[in-house]
Design a protein around this ligand. Structure first.
Ligand code: ZN
Length: 416
């Protein structure tokens, strides 16, 4: 059954238009404007592997791309946004086996919770949330295209029913240009991020797995022209992005732990058949706890659903995320959450006054901050300044609180 996205979010209309959005592109290391083509910008964001609940690191990623979508729309572009769900992969199978549940049931439960979290945080849904299981034929066709191009090779494993197919990275001249990492840097992380550089017979240790031949006890599919098996991780995104949005996409997004190997390989697989994968790569930096990256393997997660259960207002969670720049790593603290909650209450009080200083200059300043590489802390400070004046009882305009409330909803996704 296809994966469903969450309910759409209606953006209030606000007067005027924002400037073009500039973002930090990982591949060039520079700030680049997102201009789109013919009035349309395309964005592909790597979604969850549904084996555990949404933590603040995930929330930061999807809120960041939500803000990208809002800024692009505000600048007058139409946004076409696709996100995938890796609903078949080793970590999902391992977790399902550990917990004694069916992998499909585990995926379905976690996708449902993810949808709830995204809805609570007011995240704009993608136009399509695309599962891998529903896309097997599409992905298999991308694998066959690489086979036909003569840029793959097979390796037979003792326990496999057929050969595992790999991309020969020698066919991808651009390999390394997304992360701009040295091979030594790549070697340090590839094992913990799904790679198998030590497998005997590989031409290049970093060659990515395209198609994993069936093993006993593992789910498999038999698409035309391939042995029974299932897709490798990276090829799913190359295939889905090309099919749904066309290449190059304007923005390929995700968490910074996807820079290498995932986005590097997504681009290499595309380059091997002479297609450019993405015009720009945008990455949300990691959110940590007590100085360590928040991750399932470390078990140091702050879950969005747990905060919600504890009665934290989802808009306070959003303000906590917006208080930190997307391109700098940060650590969660209870004090930062308390500060975000206090800010939310203060904004609510300010928006309830009968008259306040005009909203237009505030809206212009928010637009300027957001279009400048999503400077969310600066945008929040602008609103704080306005709230100070409003709460001090400065005379002004009776319509200002209402106009600003709509702008905060449209531009920052903060509903008050
Ligand atoms: Zn991806």
């Amino acid at each position: 059954m296809p994966v469903r996205t969450w309910p759409t979010v209606t953006l209030p209309a606000i007067p005027g238009r924002g400037p073009a959005l500039t973002i930090h592109d990982t591949a060039s290391g520079t700030l680049v404007p997102v201009t789109g083509r013919d009035g349309v910008a395309t964005m592909y964001v790597c979604g969850i592997t549904p084996y555990d609940a949404t933590h603040l690191g995930h929330a930061a990623t999807y809120v960041t791309f939500d803000l990208v979508g809002r800024a692009l729309r505000d600048s007058g572009l139409t946004v076409r946004y696709v996100e995938n769900v890796t609903d078949i992969d080793d970590p999902l199978l391992e977790r399902a086996a550990r917990d004694g549940v069916a992998w499909r049931d585990l995926a379905e439960t976690e996708i449902a919770l993810f949808r709830e979290d995204m809805t609570a945080l007011g995240v704009l849904p993608p136009d399509e949330l695309v599962g891998v299981v529903e896309s097997i034929d599409l992905i298999a066709s991308a694998v066959r295209e690489l086979v036909t191009a003569g840029v793959t090779y097979g390796l037979t494993g003792d326990d496999a029913d057929g050969a595992d197919l790999y991309l020969d990275l020698a066919a991808a001249d651009s390999f390394g240009t997304v992360s701009r990492w040295t091979r030594e840097q790549m070697d340090l992380v590839i094992r913990e991020r799904g790679g198998d550089p030590d497998r005997p017979g590989k031409r290049d240790p970093f060659d990515p797995l395209l198609w994993r031949a069936a093993r006993d006890g593992e789910p498999s599919w038999t698409p035309e022209g391939l042995p029974p098996g299932r897709p490798g991780w990276h090829i799913e995104c190359t295939a889905i992005a090309a099919d749904r949005l066309g290449l190059p996409v304007d923005i390929q997004g995700g968490g910074s732990d996807l820079v290498f190997p995932h986005h590097e390989m997504s681009a290499a697989q595309s380059d091997a058949v002479d297609a450019t994968y993405a015009a720009a790569y945008l990455h949300q930096e990691m959110v940590g706890l007590d100085g360590e990256k928040m991750s399932k393997s470390r078990g140091n997660l702050v879950l969005v659903s747990a905060l919600r259960r504890d009665g934290v207002d989802p808009m306070a969670i959003r303000l906590l995320l917006l208080a930190h720049r997307y391109d700098s790593p940060w650590d969660y603290t209870d004090a930062a959450l308390a500060a975000a909650t206090a800010r939310l209450e203060r904004w609510r009080a300010a928006l309830s006054v009968n008259e306040a200083p005009p909203a237009e200059p505030v809206i212009a300043a928010i637009r300027a901050a957001m279009s400048d590489n999503l400077d969310t802390p600066a945008a929040l400070e602008v609103v704080d300044g306005w709230a100070d004046h409003a709460l001090a009882g400065e005379p002004g305009d009776a319509s200002a609180p209402g106009v600003l409330a709509r702008a905060l909803d449209a531009l920052l996704g903060v509903r008050l």
